[in-house]
Design a binder for this molecule. Structure first.
Ligand SMILES: Nc1nc2c(ncn2[C@@H]2O[C@H](COP(=O)(O)OP(=O)(O)OP(=O)(O)O)[C@@H](O)[C@H]2O)c(=O)[nH]1
Ligand SMILES: [Mg+2]
Length: 390
């Protein structure tokens, strides 16, 4: 954040200084009277006006655009005229307007104070501090943000540190290096590959299965089948069945271990079987054990944990820990399009033993899914790229 402080004898002079140095879009954040020092004390009496301004903070109280000089070259406005105009009482509408602007200024300054108290790093130069503030705004915890910035600093030469764009690119690289990637599901022709999707309720398991099935069947021309063990709700079975019908896939509904063996035997000649499971609260240990037993019957090659990127950092980490009991092997992050910021994903992807397989970014089947890409994810977290890639 670029805050500049100016002092002058009058408010007009201070504002003129702000305009000259920061341009017409500068926002005045704070004004006050201060005691002058040195020569100025003799020239102006003991009081000076101090103005704090910035071009990087956007508040509604921006300086009004510089008025064009009146085109009367032979008669420039005399100071006395300006003084008379300034002395006239402002109309009520202007007073209200000023009052509004003052309230907005006050809340902006309060907000700035809060943010700088939370994130003050007097040891950081401007560009590192800006990166630090960006991370905090992206919902990265202060501790992790501090750690990342420290590593940026360690990996940079002193003369690079003031280049904000370069520092951000380096930060993206550091984040990217820590994201383990599983890559998309690999199919060996002639060998049946079973992939189960598990996770909490409503995170997008069934939709992700539909996206994967449609891509492998329609784009890669693989022989794909669906199994659901989510037999608790008729709607859940019907949801998967309608995708199976549209994509034209065989589908099995499995409620018992015996049915599981039979279904697997019927699907033995397929390339890929995608298994949908019921959403489970990770705190419900009984249901987690049930899921584990059902998976033990099927012996999947891969178990992808599906988590919504809208969840908080702490609940994501807890869910990953609790679902580990069922033998998770990879991580799918959904709803990237819905998350206001994605810094909450960093603790999970950095610390989890689960490599990322897919990222999903919308409800459209089959388009809104992509194999996880560490560079893309790091850039999205830092706001260098949008989720939709536009
Ligand atoms: N915005 C957005 N919505 C998604 C995404 N993936 C799934 N959804 C939506 O999330 C809702 C729940 O999706 P489901 O696929 O039914 O979720 P589920 O995990 O199978 O839910 P349960 O079976 O009830 O546990 C639906 O409205 C989906 O369209 C995504 O990437 N972005
Ligand atoms: Mg479902």
């Amino acid at each position: 954040m670029n805050l500049r402080t100016y002092r002058a004898k009058t408010m007009q002079e201070a504002i003129a200084l702000v305009r000259r140095e920061l341009g017409p879009k500068a926002s005045v954040l704070h004004t006050r009277e201060v005691r002058g020092g040195g020569l100025l004390r003799w020239l102006s009496g003991s009081r000076l006006v101090e103005v704090v301004a910035s071009t990087s903070v956007s508040v509604p109280s921006r300086l009004p655009p510089r008025r064009r000089p009146v085109e009367t070259p032979r008669q420039p406005p005399a100071p006395a005229t300006v003084a008379r105009v300034a002395a006239a009482p402002p109309p009520a509408s202007l007073r209200n307007d000023l009052q509004d602007q003052l309230s907005q200024l006050q809340s902006t300054v309060e907000d700035l104070c809060r943010r700088t108290t939370r994130a003050t790093r007097p040891d950081l130069n401007d560009s590192l501090f800006r990166l630090f503030a960006d991370l905090i705004e992206a919902d990265v915890s202060e501790e992790l943000a501090r750690d990342l910035i420290e590593r940026v600093r360690q990996q940079s030469h002193a003369d690079e540190l003031s280049d904000c764009a370069q520092m951000k690119t380096r930060l993206a690289q550091i984040i990217e290096e820590e994201i383990p990637i599983a890559g998309p599901i690999q199919i060996t022709p002639g060998r049946r590959h079973l992939v189960a999707l598990v996770g909490p309720t409503g995170v997008g398991k069934t939709t992700t299965i539909a996206k994967l099935a449609a891509n492998y069947r329609l784009r890669e021309k693989r022989r794909v089948g669906l199994i659901t063990v989510d037999t608790y709700r008729i709607a859940a079975v019907e949801q998967l069945r309608s995708y199976a019908d549209i994509i034209d896939l065989p589908m099995e509904i499995v409620a018992t271990p015996r049915e599981m063996h039979q279904a697997m035997a019927r699907m033995a000649d397929l390339d890929l079987i995608l298994m949908d499971t019921a959403g489970r609260s990770p705190r419900d240990e009984v249901k987690i054990q049930e899921l584990k037993s059902m998976l033990a019957e099927a012996v999947p090659d891969e178990v992808h944990l599906v988590l919504s990127s809208v969840a908080s950092a702490s609940s994501l980490s807890k869910m990953a820990e609790q679902f580990a009991a069922v033998g998770t092997t990879a991580l799918v992050l959904t709803k990237l399009d819905e998350a206001a910021s994605l810094g909450n994903l960093l603790p999970l992807v950095r610390s989890s033993r689960l490599p990322l397989s897919y990222l999903t970014h919308g409800q459209n089947v089959p388009d809104d899914i992509a194999p996880a890409d560490r560079q893309r994810l790091a850039r999205i977290v830092l706001g260098l790229e949008t989720v939709s890639g536009k």
